[in-house]
Design a protein around this ligand. Structure first.
Ligand code: DGY
Length: 316
């Protein structure tokens, strides 16, 4: 009997074709939705490998239902959706997809920063709706990017790639991180210093017990009235209710959000009622080339594990 791989969303055939020769590949059939929870719990009963998405909640009950499971490979660099303690206790290795998405995610971060600073989405809507009546001196004015201070919280690979983009735009770059790094022309700042002095605060930290709710009412109150918050990390890093209040009262100037505490974010979420927020549906790594490269990494991790070879990109 061939080892069984379960994939929780429909992937392009080219991503799984090599695996089909050696393994039994079972894949959720619908490319518009994820496998429902009951289906996931049913499928892992027999699976030797699970190929999960960042939207799957891989908690202890998944491990308890999966006696044959050897590996979980997550289509993301983040892995906060997987209970690593349960993985460890059940002897299941976990892998992610670092590096291949670094530049792509940094591009999206910068695109969101520029779009928020220059009100691109709002301006587009104004033109399409016929509200653009005439050119006005202060119409659709945004915030300067060149010469502004960029503060990056979470200085991993993506943070460094965002810093390079900021430097290319003539920004002064600060960072805050658990460990200090020696980076050219990028200065370390405490969290409070960074919040007080940055024009753009970019969140790139993983979601952990330590970073959950890192940006709340107190932190937002330290930011400048003209500052913009960009979150491309995980929704849980920010207290959304506090962010809503800060934006509504114009205590900060704007926010660009690619991630939310609950995804998909409900259409009636208060943040979506605000004009000074630019929102995206968690698309940091979403280019054709990058997603296919991530999938290749996942497929290789599964094959290496099931063949008894050494497995790269293990997080557990
Ligand atoms: C990931 O892969 O974890 C990021 O959210 C990229 O968007």
């Amino acid at each position: 009997m061939k080892p069984i791989i379960y994939i929780t969303q429909k992937l392009p055939e080219q991503a799984v074709t090599k695996l089909r020769d050696l393994y039994e590949v079972r894949m959720w059939h619908d490319d518009q939705s994820a496998a429902p929870r009951e289906e996931l719990l049913e499928q892992v009963k027999e699976a030797h490998a699970l190929w999960s998405m960042l939207s799957d909640n891989i908690d202890r009950s998944v491990f308890e239902a999966a006696p044959n499971l050897k590996i979980i490979t997550n289509l993301a660099v983040g892995y906060n959706n997987i209970d690593l303690d349960a993985a460890h206790e059940n002897g299941v290795m976990v892998t992610n997809t670092p590096e291949v998405l670094t530049e792509t995610t940094a591009d999206l971060t910068f695109a969101l920063l520029l779009a928020t600073a220059r009100r691109i989405v709002e301006a587009d809507k104004t033109v399409r709706s016929g509200e653009w009546k005439s050119w006005t001196p202060m119409g659709m004015t945004g915030q300067n990017v060149g010469g502004a201070t960029l503060g990056i919280i979470g200085m991993g690979r993506i943070g460094e790639a965002v810093a390079r983009r900021g430097q290319g735009f003539g920004m002064n770059v600060l960072y805050h991180n658990r460990t200090r790094k020696s980076l050219e022309d990028v200065k370390y700042a405490t969290l409070d210093e960074l919040l007080q002095t940055s024009d753009y605060v970019v969140l790139l930290t993983p979601l952990t017990k330590e970073t959950k709710g890192l940006i709340g009412e107190r932190e937002l109150s330290l930011m400048k009235e003209t500052a913009i918050l960009i979150n491309v990390a995980r929704g849980g890093v920010v207290e959304e209710a506090a962010l809503y209040e800060a934006l509504k009262a114009n205590k900060i100037w704007g926010a660009g959000l690619d991630v939310f505490e609950q995804e998909p974010v409900p259409a009636d979420h208060p943040l979506l009622t605000l004009p000074n927020v630019t929102v995206l549906p968690h698309i940091g790594s979403a280019t054709v080339q990058t997603r296919l490269a991530m999938m290749e990494m996942n497929a290789e991790a599964i094959a290496a594990c099931l063949d008894g070879r050494s497995v790269k990109n293990r997080v557990c």
